[in-house]
Design a protein. Structure first.
Length: 357
């Protein structure tokens, strides 16, 4: 091993970034201010999903029964290993296409690299990690753009296709629908523990495995008519993305806290009050919309429910008559841990989210 390789392997990427993964996201409250505009944009009848809703990707009607899905996502390192950082960022970017019920077609890389601080060799490993995940998704990493930045940044712009009939939005849930989630919560907490040097190897591997796992089931969920709405849980946490679904659909969501899966080891770190700064920013953006039932461990729930996820699970609503079909699909895909709904959409009430035991 040469000196340069040895130095590269000893570098911890998370020490070169202020944020981590989807925890880098601007808070929902501030983002709403940024996106305000007085500019009148002409209606485009082919734009099926755009800025008018808080969805995962833009969708454009191609006029032949198919629609084009377009999205971009990037962030700063959430793990120290360059190859794993590339894999995680790529999987997270591609997830937005799956969250619309579609299938990815092609990706373009987005790279920012502090060339005077970090070896170029590490940037190559980041790209290679991204390329590996694209291969797993069955798409080419076909090009990209790079800049010399003060912090390492990586992600993808991804294009995909979906049959218009299978398109899933995040604002079309219906009263009485069941709510499902396909991954456990807590990777933001684990990533903070890693940055503080407190994460055990077994927890690190669990975290990486979850964040590099593609949400391919989204393409299958898109084909099921009984799935009424869908999104993925990322930087705004479960509460933030559920609020987007709930408000967009004009409903209230009632969730059962004890039915929400949690990554192994996370609750031990919650007891130690280890969590990302983005958790507090998220909570401050929407706490007035949430009510906790007596008996819920509010301190634990405050830390877990707004926890920013990176490549988190798919969050989707299901008509009662399709519930068994969904359970069968989840079992087929090896997601037996998530066959029980975490809640239900009910008529609009005083609060947007009601958290029960």
């Amino acid at each position: 091993m040469n000196a340069e390789s040895s130095t590269s392997e000893s570098i911890k990427l998370t020490q070169y970034s202020r944020g981590a993964g989807c925890g880098c996201k601007i808070s929902p409250k501030i983002l709403d201010e940024i996106l305000k505009t007085n500019i009148s944009i002409p209606d485009d009848k082919n734009l099926l999903v755009g800025n008018s809703s808080k969805d995962d990707a833009a969708v454009y009607d191609m006029g032949n029964g198919m629609a084009l899905i377009s999205t971009a996502d990037f962030f700063m390192p959430i793990v120290d290993d360059a190859f794993d950082f590339g894999r995680i960022a790529a999987a997270n970017s591609i997830s937005d296409v799956y969250a619309m019920g579609g299938k990815p077609s092609m990706a373009i890389a987005i790279l920012g690299w502090p060339v005077e601080k970090l070896p170029v060799e590490l940037a190559q490993k980041v790209i290679e990690g991204g390329r590996t995940i694209c291969k797993d998704a069955g798409i080419p990493l076909a090009g990209g753009h790079s800049v010399d930045s003060t912090e390492p940044i990586f992600g993808l712009a991804v294009s995909g296709l979906v049959n218009k009939e299978n398109l899933k939005k995040n604002n079309t849930a219906e009263e009485g629908d069941w709510i499902f989630l396909t991954k456990p919560l807590g990777v933001g907490i684990l990533s903070t523990a890693q940055k503080r040097g407190l994460l055990k190897d077994e927890h690190l591997q669990i975290m990486i495995e979850q964040m590099t796992s593609l949400n391919k089931i989204g393409g299958e969920l898109g084909k099921i008519k009984g799935v009424t709405a869908m999104t993925d849980v990322t930087g705004f946490g479960l509460l933030g993305h559920l609020i987007e679904m709930t408000e967009g659909s004009g409903l209230t969501a009632e969730i059962s806290y004890n039915k929400i899966a949690v990554v192994n080891g996370v609750k031990d770190f919650i007891i130690q009050r280890i969590f990302p700064d983005a958790t507090t920013r998220n909570w401050n953006s929407y706490y007035e919309k949430v009510r906790f039932e007596k008996g819920v461990n509010v301190m634990e729930a405050f830390t877990l429910l707004p926890d920013p996820q990176t490549n988190g699970g798919l969050l989707f609503s299901v008509k009662g008559k399709a519930k068994e079909e969904i359970i069968t699909l989840l079992k087929k895909e090896g997601l037996t841990t998530f066959i029980e709904p975490i809640g239900r959409f009910i008529a609009k009430g005083e609060k947007t989210i009601e958290v029960k035991k």
